[in-house]
Ligand binder design. Structure first.
Ligand code: DX5
Ligand code: ZN
Length: 220
């Protein structure tokens, strides 16, 4: 099994002291910085845009993992990449031409991820899997931090792991939503290797300890 990566979601960080919170998770050894972008259309919440990504970029060496929960992502992909995104993940549900969108991300120089809501079948990935660097399986319905983990997604994690093995892909499987010390082991056992956690990390008194505890739980 490949090593587990921890991706703190800044959605639950202190926005009045954002870069200091980023520094805390970087110093704690978290690998990816998960940045949730919401447009008030695809999901009923509005968060941050490329300006914030650009402002954080010189403050951190972390891998910037941008989770776009927006309609028409093609309009914004280049700007996010210019602002410092290392990986751009789009949702399959609002995108009409997924192959085109994934190709655009690669063409503009970032890694490409595809996210699926809990109810979305992984069949949509079948013919684009060779282009994809990361599959994000939502373990809550996207839009808010602090929601409860949806266990029905576990078999989908295993199904996607098998799909990747069948086509010889080294793409990562990321899970997002309700990940904490209690749920980490089950998602890794099912086949995930990148764990997003927002409230379990930034809601903790000791951010470094929270990162460590999730990693320990994940690695068993
Ligand atoms: C939800 C976001 C998540 C969110 C996770 O739509 O995509 O990244 O921050 O928050 P927790 O870890 O609190 O469930
Ligand atoms: Zn997210």
């Amino acid at each position: 099994m490949t090593a587990v990566k921890i991706a703190p979601s800044i959605l639950s960080a202190d926005f009045s002291a954002l870069w200091q919170d980023v520094l805390k998770v970087e110093e704690a050894g978290a690998e990816y910085l998960h940045i949730d972008v919401m447009d008030g259309h695809f999901v009923p919440n509005i968060t941050i845009g490329p300006l914030i990504v650009k402002a954080l970029r010189p403050k951190s060496k972390m891998f910037f993992d941008i989770h776009l929960m927006i309609e028409n992502p093609d309009l914004y992909i280049e700007e996010f990449i210019k602002s410092g995104a290392d990986l751009v993940t789009v949702h399959a549900e609002p995108v009409h031409h997924l192959h085109r969108t994934v190709s655009l991300i690669k063409e503009k120089g970032a890694r490409a991820g595809v996210a699926l809501n809990p109810a979305t079948s992984p069949a949509v990935l079948e013919y684009i899997l060779p282009l994809v660097d990361l599959v994000l399986l939502m373990t809550v319905n996207p839009g808010f931090g602090g929601q409860a983990f949806i266990p029905e997604v576990l078999p989908k994690i295993t199904a996607v792991r098998k799909m990747l093995e069948r086509c010889g892909s080294s793409a990562e499987i990321q899970v997002d939503g309700g990940i904490n010390r209690e749920t980490a082991a089950a998602v890794v056992k099912a086949g995930a290797n990148v764990l997003v956690a927002g409230s379990a990390i930034f809601g903790s008194e000791d951010i470094a300890a929270a990162v460590r505890q999730i990693r320990e739980a994940a690695e068993g």
